[in-house]
Design a protein around this ligand. Structure first.
Ligand SMILES: Cc1cc2nc3c(=O)[nH]c(=O)nc-3n(C[C@H](O)[C@H](O)[C@H](O)COP(=O)(O)OP(=O)(O)OC[C@H]3O[C@@H](n4cnc5c(N)ncnc54)[C@H](O)[C@@H]3O)c2cc1C
Length: 380
């Protein structure tokens, strides 16, 4: 694929940032269980967060495809820091499209510059797959709403400065049409958090956000009352293609390291790479990574062209994390007993990427979406 000069320049900037600033401290960040805010601001200054937002909102007006190039390059160095870009684009686009101009003008430049992190809160303790079955309530008042309830399993719950929260403003029978979206400051009175003890993505962190009589002005509602669910679902078509690339980044990093290792390590008097039993699995991994990468960029180009891409986005979200898990697992084995050590990054990449098989919707839910869309297309 021939990329424009701008695309190549941004990808090079992201690759350099990933190589110099992200990769060397990937494992340290896990121990610190946080992402350094100075690093996030640096990322923002380089145009590596939510560059797809319009220039009037502080962004660069980048295409979805270019955003994907940045995503993969960042995730090669640190899949968790790449989450900052993912949340920036996902939440940023929802805010840009549906918030009042004042609210957008307050938050979007802060997201792009890395000054603020905005989390997205949809999942509740009683379930995430049946996403329209929300209980967290938003009761209207004279000036706005009062929020009560719990959001569970929210990435960056503890580190975020604000949260895009989906709450029930209609009746339970209204299902998806009774849900509205709100932008709530994490400093608002009545907001508290707790952190989960997780297998991976510890630098990002995941937890619950509790809303106890939290007062939200009406101007912080995004879009019309009852339209919140549709808004977030449209955003997911973008984020799912990006997540595919977010997973292929670290998988490619493990693969690149495995080719070097297979060339340098000797067994039976020759480099490991002399054995097809070693190189064929890596060759298969390269083919799978290339196929998923192409699927993700195809999906992003469909989005740029304004064409339907819901099924393709769900394919990216299913295949991306699954393929990355398989690849990194293979790379870990290729490194023999060193691969099993906590000193090398493969085990952390494996744990971090595996979480994305669940986050943003599981494989089963993605297959539901693909099947639904295929049936719709054939019914036309
Ligand atoms: C790393 C990570 C990050 C996350 N970040 C966020 C975040 O930032 N914001 C947020 O809102 N949520 C987030 N989540 C939550 C995530 O979106 C949910 O965990 C996910 O949607 C699944 O919901 P659940 O865990 O309640 O599983 P359930 O809905 O209880 O499902 C349990 C199992 O049953 C399967 N299942 C359920 N229904 C069906 C069906 N109809 N057919 C076939 N199988 C089915 C599921 O696929 C799953 O395997 C995150 C989760 C993880 C692991």
């Amino acid at each position: 694929m021939a990329y424009s000069e701008e695309q190549r320049a941004l990808r090079t900037a992201a690759e350099r940032f990933a190589r110099e600033k992200l990769a060397p401290r990937y494992q340290t960040r896990e121990q610190e269980a946080r992402i350094d805010r100075a690093l996030v601001r640096e990322m923002g200054a380089l145009g590596l967060i939510a560059g797809d937002l319009a220039e009037s909102h502080g962004g660069l007006g980048l295409s979805s495809e270019t955003t994907g190039l940045i995503m993969e390059a960042l995730a090669y160095g640190d899949v968790n820091v790449a989450y900052v870009q993912l949340l920036g684009s996902l939440c940023g686009q929802i805010i840009a499209r549906h918030a009042t101009e004042d609210l957008a003008a307050t938050w979007l430049p802060r997201i792009v510059s890395g000054e603020s992190l905005v989390a997205l809160a949809l999942t509740e303790p009683r379930g995430g797959s049946d996403a329209a079955n929300l209980a967290l309530s938003a009761q209207p008042t004279d000036t706005g709403y009062v929020l009560n309830g719990e959001k569970s399993s929210i990435s960056m719950a503890e580190q975020a400065d604000a949260v895009l929260v989906f709450a029930r403003t209609g009746s339970v029978e209204d299902r998806a049409h009774g849900i509205s979206a709100f932008l709530v400051s994490m400093n608002a009175a009545g907001v508290t958090t707790s952190r989960f003890a997780d297998l991976g993505s510890k630098a990002m962190g995941r937890g619950s956000i509790f809303f106890d009589d939290v007062r939200v002005p009406r101007t912080n509602r995004l879009g019309a009352e009852g339209a919140g669910f549709v808004q977030v679902m449209q955003g997911f078509d973008f984020s799912r293609a990006l997540i595919g690339l977010q997973c292929i980044g670290p998988a490619q990093a493990s693969l690149d390291e495995s080719w070097v290792y297979a060339s340098e390590r000797h067994a039976f008097g020759a480099p490991l790479s002399r054995n097809q039993g070693v190189t064929f699995p890596l060759a298969e991994c390269e083919a799978m990574a290339a196929a998923v990468r192409q699927l993700c960029f195809h999906t992003l180009r469909l989005r740029d062209a304004g064409l339907p891409h819901t099924a393709e986005a769900a394919m990216c979200k299913w295949l991306g994390p699954k393929t990355a898990v398989d690849i990194i697992h293979q790379c870990l084995l290729t490194h023999g007993h060193y691969g099993w050590s906590l000193d090398l990054p493969h085990q952390q990449r494996l744990r971090d990427v595996m979480g994305l098989e669940i986050g943003d919707g599981t494989g089963q839910i993605m297959k539901h979406i693909i099947a639904r869309e295929m049936l719709k297309r054939r019914a036309r």
